[in-house]
Design a protein around this ligand. Structure first.
Ligand code: NAD
Length: 261
């Protein structure tokens, strides 16, 4: 119970990595704000935490909406009293298409949820971490933030993930005097519902030297990682065991991204 007495906010907690992270943090004693857009999903995750003897607060909000995020963080503070840990995890694959076919509205949507959503989450949460005297932030980025191995038309996605990593480095310096650590998780292929948030178009024209979609994962003979494995890393980075780690991307991909160096 290493997070006893702590309060965490996990965005994109309705499924996949966010859901697993919310459950894992709660199992370690944290009270968890379970934030996503779909009431059914966040209510189910919160109910699972409560059934296991934990403490959870479902928060319905779109991370790209300033007013909704302000209200959600306000509500979390009102109900749970403090904030110590933020997992900025909500994200979509968005549209993967050759650049000449990627529409401006599709570009905007991916950047709005993955990048603006991360900014808004931290914009509203950080003052409360400061008020608590410090804290930990974990941003779910992607191997696609630095290692462009997928060659899959995921330009908007990769830009959003690379920008998240820049944000993590800038904020590691900015927030260090406030005793707030911030790190990024860079997953490779993980078995979640993320593909439901994808649209792929016109990719036949793109010749991939290593096909991300073929699921090549050296460590597991092609099998994707699990959300629980990523949640374990999020817990570690959020915990006092990672006390001297900040500004760092951590890869969790079974060496998948090393296939292209
Ligand atoms: P998922 O689709 O299972 O979960 C994403 C969650 O984010 C869902 O609960 C969804 O409702 C929520 N969400 C989406 N848009 C939102 C919005 N505007 N406001 C609030 N909530 C929103 O997928 P996942 O794989 O668990 O994705 C979590 C994170 O992991 C994402 O940032 C994704 O880019 C990253 N990631 C995933 C993989 C993978 O292979 N699964 C690889 C690298 C990075």
């Amino acid at each position: 119970m290493e997070l006893q007495g702590k309060v965490a906010l996990v965005t994109g907690a309705g499924s996949g990595i966010g859901r697993a992270t919310a459950l894992r943090l709660a199992a370690e004693g944290a009270a968890v704000g379970v934030l996503a857009r779909t009431a059914d999903k966040i209510n189910a995750v919160a109910a699972q935490i409560v059934a296991a003897g934990g403490h959870a607060l479902p928060l319905m909000a779109d991370v790209s909406d300033d007013a909704q995020m302000a209200a959600a963080v306000e509500r979390l503070l009102g109900e749970l009293g403090r904030l110590d840990i933020v997992c900025a995890n909500a994200g979509i694959n968005g549209t993967w298409a050759p650049i000449d076919q990627l529409r401006p509205d599709e570009w905007d949507r991916t950047l709005a949820i993955n990048l603006r959503g991360t900014y808004l989450t931290l914009h509203h949460a950080v003052p409360h971490l400061k008020r608590a005297g410090g804290g930990a932030i974990v941003v779910t980025a992607s191997v696609n933030g630095t290692r462009m191995f997928s060659n899959s038309g995921a330009t908007a996605y990769a830009c959003s993930k690379a920008a998240q990593l820049a944000m993590v480095q800038m904020l590691a310096l900015e927030l260090a005097p406030s005793h707030i650590r911030i790190n990024a998780i860079c997953p490779g292929s993980i078995d979640t519902e993320i593909d439901a948030s994808s649209e792929q178009r016109g990719l036949g024209a793109i010749k991939a030297p290593v096909d991300y979609r073929a699921g090549q994962v050296p460590l597991t003979a092609g099998k994707p990682g699990s959300a629980d494995q990523v949640a374990e890393l999020a817990l570690f980075l959020a915990s006092p065991r990672a006390a001297h780690i900040t500004g760092t991307p951590v890869w969790i991909d079974g060496a998948q991204s090393l296939l292209v160096g």
